[in-house]
Design a protein around this ligand. Structure first.
Ligand SMILES: Cc1cc2nc3c(=O)[nH]c(=O)nc-3n(C[C@H](O)[C@H](O)[C@H](O)COP(=O)(O)OP(=O)(O)OC[C@H]3O[C@@H](n4cnc5c(N)ncnc54)[C@H](O)[C@@H]3O)c2cc1C
Length: 278
């Protein structure tokens, strides 16, 4: 299928993008790896595409003040090869190779993945597991939104219609930080049937501040809070038993299978969290 007709504008400033977003049915175009597919399938028919790829200053990846900041236009491939991500945001480094295929990662952006908020996507769950945040700029200026408040529903976020996501930020990993990541997909590069991104702090021989963020089990990334508490007490099987996820059947798997796989992933990720040097 071909997309419905649309106008196209490559903007040169954030202000211009924000102003144009005030037009009815306008949409931001970043890497296009999700948006163009939805246009071609006529799941979306914006009247105007606002191409933000020419904006300066939105592609950096840096560590400062104990946080890693990634510009919205940083490509997945850029993050995958980044020493800053490898050293200071190891959860994102682990997730990257699971996002689609190299051609998709060459164009797709981190900001696009977070703004699109696919419930089976890796990065929204990583952002939630790391207690990260996003910066957005709209007609009233810039604001910061915590990950826990950002993902609102199926492909629905806290971004207002005229806001552009400009950066994501996560705490930089220090010596006591532990992360874990695993997903089950039909083929490598497919969206996950179920996935789990996790962070914790080493606490003696155990863990504290455990955050388990599942993807592919609901309309948004979902924290498994009862299992987090059980895992902090060091008992992996108790954590699996405490999993209180409520997935729906989808095209990939039944809810029952998803719940089973969530337990399988938790055992794998718990081992990663509990291993020193993970
Ligand atoms: C075959 C295939 C397999 C894939 N597999 C995976 C996978 O396994 N895991 C995964 O996570 N993703 C996967 N993707 C999607 C890929 O990661 C996309 O790059 C990503 O979802 C969207 O990023 P983008 O830059 O391409 O955004 P676009 O497609 O340009 O935009 C996506 C949406 O976000 C909005 N948007 C984008 N940037 C901004 C911004 N800065 N501010 C406000 N709104 C914005 C757009 O308006 C649009 O609604 C796959 C894609 C394909 C084609």
């Amino acid at each position: 299928m071909k997309p419905a007709p649309f106008a196209y504008k490559k903007v040169r400033s954030l202000d211009e993008a924000v102003a144009l977003l005030g037009e009815k049915e306008a949409k931001v175009l970043a890497g296009g790896q999700s948006l163009i597919a939805t246009l071609n399938m006529r799941l979306s028919s914006p009247s105007l595409l606002i191409d933000i790829n020419g904006l300066d200053g939105l592609s950096g990846i840096s560590e400062k003040g104990g946080a890693v900041e990634v510009g919205a236009l940083a490509r997945h491939a850029q993050a995958e090869r980044s020493d800053v991500i490898a050293k200071h945001a190891p959860l994102i480094a682990r997730a990257m190779p699971h996002i689609g295929h190299p051609t998709i990662r060459n164009r797709g952006t981190l900001g696009g993945s977070i703004a699109f908020a696919d419930p089976a996507a890796e990065l929204p769950a990583c952002l939630l597991a790391l207690d990260g945040e996003v910066d957005a700029t709209g007609p009233k200026g810039k604001r910061t939104i915590k990950a826990q408040d950002f993902f609102r529903g199926l492909f629905e976020t806290a971004l207002a219609p005229q806001e552009v996501l400009t950066a994501i930020r996560v705490p930089a990993a220090d010596k006591g930080a532990r992360v874990g990541f695993a997903e089950l997909a039909r083929r490598h590069g497919d969206y996950a049937i179920v996935g789990l991104a996790a962070s914790a702090r080493a606490d003696g021989k155990g863990l504290s501040n455990v955050r388990l963020a599942y993807f592919g089990v609901g309309n948004t990334p979902v924290r498994a809070k009862k299992a987090e508490a059980a895992l902090a007490s060091g008992n992996i099987e108790a954590a699996v038993a405490a999993l209180d996820l409520d997935p729906n059947d989808d095209v990939q798997a039944t809810a029952r299978l998803k719940k089973h796989l969530a337990g399988v992933l938790l055992r794998r990720v718990a081992k990663q969290l509990l291993e020193a040097g993970s």
